[in-house]
Design a protein around this ligand. Structure first.
Ligand code: 4AD
Ligand code: MG
Length: 464
């Protein structure tokens, strides 16, 4: 007989039917005459209760039904008398697919997230991580649905690249050279001509530059893939390997770009509320009691839009009124997360889009404003998270762009293909990058970005 997923069993009402379920034991309790086994197969946060009459089963089989063990149960669907569930399974046959000893690392309830991270291969079987990764899947689906419904094409940009999009020098090098026998020339430089690609290459920090090539041909594209940053930031918001969604649209100015960002994020949050309520309710109860309120709040409010300069004025005013920040605040400073969170959580108390940052603290490709000092950048700042999206209108003017590239000493000859978009039929265009894990942090209420990706990559940590 074919196995039925527990998610499907729980919605059935054809009492008396025979069903087969397979899954892992969450708990077992019982008396001399009857055992109750809570079985979970990952299809839903909810367990199905299996009722086993002790006299019907071999004592050895019952003994092997321990937390973590894997079972196949054939039984009869019956209406449940217990609270919180409508059906249960009266077991006729139980097969132990895999026993589980008392050294099972997820045995105890209430282990710390730190402990769970050290057992990331097994934490997936807990309620919390099951909920997080079902939601993560749903968010990926929502993202593809959103862009598909809005006429964007999913565009695949390379993971191995020879250009540094953000110019921050935080790239992981890719080489097949023998590091034990690196030959250098007279000036001490490594000769890459015999390396795999014949030049230095790295893992991409962003698919944007290639995304712009796509957008200025297909009109509107989005990327959705892994990106890599060798930034040594040990924070609850940074990963060395994270997933980014980068829409890029021809003929969009920064206002269109902000409208897109706001509409897109709200769509994803609405999707979670419409499709993941069981998991969200669990997280709201166990992890963050304000989660559901916060999700609804974001949906119901317009994001506050203001310039960086206006933001700095508000922060300076806060300092004058006695608010203490760890880092100094002045025009030109790259905002720290405490500054962003002050604007979002204390001043406006809703998501904020900051625009028109000083050019010195932003990447080379952003469109220069008429003042010559600021660029048409936009960062979307979220409660609890800080920056969730970074984007801009792009500099489409060939001369202005090349001037900026020279100013920043970016090797022009490596950028010829990018500059060609400005040479041949250039057009205004804009785009942004959403950090997928930061979105998942917000939607799940989890506190640490290491807990919303199955196997996190962070400084000094690449297990599993
Ligand atoms: O602001 P960033 O660096 O922007 C770009 O990479 C642009 N090329 C995007 C574009 O315009 N197409 O990164 C975008 C977003 C951030 O707002 C943040 O959410 C996330 O990516 N992010 C990280 N997430 C996790 N770990 C890290 N180390 C991250 N760095 C950036
Ligand atoms: Mg940024």
């Amino acid at each position: 007989m074919k196995r039925t997923k527990i998610a499907d069993v729980l919605s059935r009402e054809d009492y008396g039917a025979t069903v087969v379920v397979k899954g892992w034991v969450r708990t077992r309790r019982g008396s001399k005459s009857v055992n109750f086994v809570a079985l979970n197969d990952g299809s839903t946060i909810r367990n199905v209760q299996v009722v086993a009459d002790v006299e019907k089963f071999d004592a050895e089989v019952l003994r092997q039904i321990t937390t973590g063990a894997c079972l196949s149960v054939t039984g009869t669907l019956v209406q449940s008398v217990g609270a919180g569930q409508s059906v249960e399974i009266q077991a006729d046959a139980i097969e132990i697919l895999g026993t589980c000893g008392s050294d099972y690392p997820m045995q105890k309830k209430g282990q710390s997230f730190e402990y769970m991270r050290q057992h990331a291969h097994m934490r997936l079987r807990t309620n919390t991580f099951g909920a997080v990764f079902r939601i993560r899947h749903n968010m990926a689906m929502a993202i593809h649905r959103y862009f598909h419904e809005h006429g964007f094409f999913y565009f695949h940009t390379p993971i191995i690249t020879a250009s540094d999009c953000e110019g921050a020098g935080q790239m992981f090098q890719v080489t097949t050279k023998n590091l034990y026998d690196l030959k250098k020339d007279a000036e001490g430089k490594i000769d890459y001509s015999d390396d795999f690609f014949g030049k230095p290459t790295s893992l991409t920090v962003s698919g944007q530059l290639e995304g712009e090539l796509g957008a200025t041909a297909l009109g509107a594209i989005y990327t959705f893939g892994p990106t890599f940053r060798a930034e040594n930031s040990n924070t609850p918001r940074h990963l060395a390997e994270f997933w980014m969604i980068e829409p890029e649209v021809a003929f969009y100015d920064i206002h269109d770009n902000m409208d897109l960002a706001e509409d897109f994020i709200k769509y994803c949050i609405r999707w979670a509320l419409d499709n993941c309520m069981d998991d969200l309710e669990f997280l709201n109860k166990m992890i963050d009691k304000t989660l559901l309120d916060r999700l609804h709040f974001v949906l119901e409010h317009d994001f506050q839009r203001l310039t960086y300069t206006e933001g700095i004025n508000i922060l300076e005013e806060a300092v004058r009124n006695g608010h203490q920040f760890e880092f100094p605040i002045y025009w030109g400073v790259d905002l720290a997360s405490e500054h962003e969170r002050y604007l979002v959580e204390e001043h406006f108390r809703k998501p904020v889009i900051l625009t028109d940052y000083p050019k010195e603290i932003k990447a080379f490709y952003m469109k220069l404003n008429e003042d010559g000092k600021t660029v048409r950048a936009m960062d979307v700042l979220f409660p609890q998270i800080g920056e969730i999206i970074g984007g801009s209108e792009r500099e489409e003017n060939y001369d202005k762009l090349t001037a900026r590239i020279s100013e920043l000493n970016i090797p022009m000859k490596d950028m010829w293909w990018y500059l060609d978009t400005r040479k041949f039929g250039t057009c205004p265009h804009s785009g942004f990058g959403l950090g997928f894990e930061r979105l998942i942090l917000f939607v799940t209420g989890m506190q640490n970005i290491r807990d919303v990706v199955p196997f996190p990559r962070t400084p000094k940590s690449a297990d599993f």
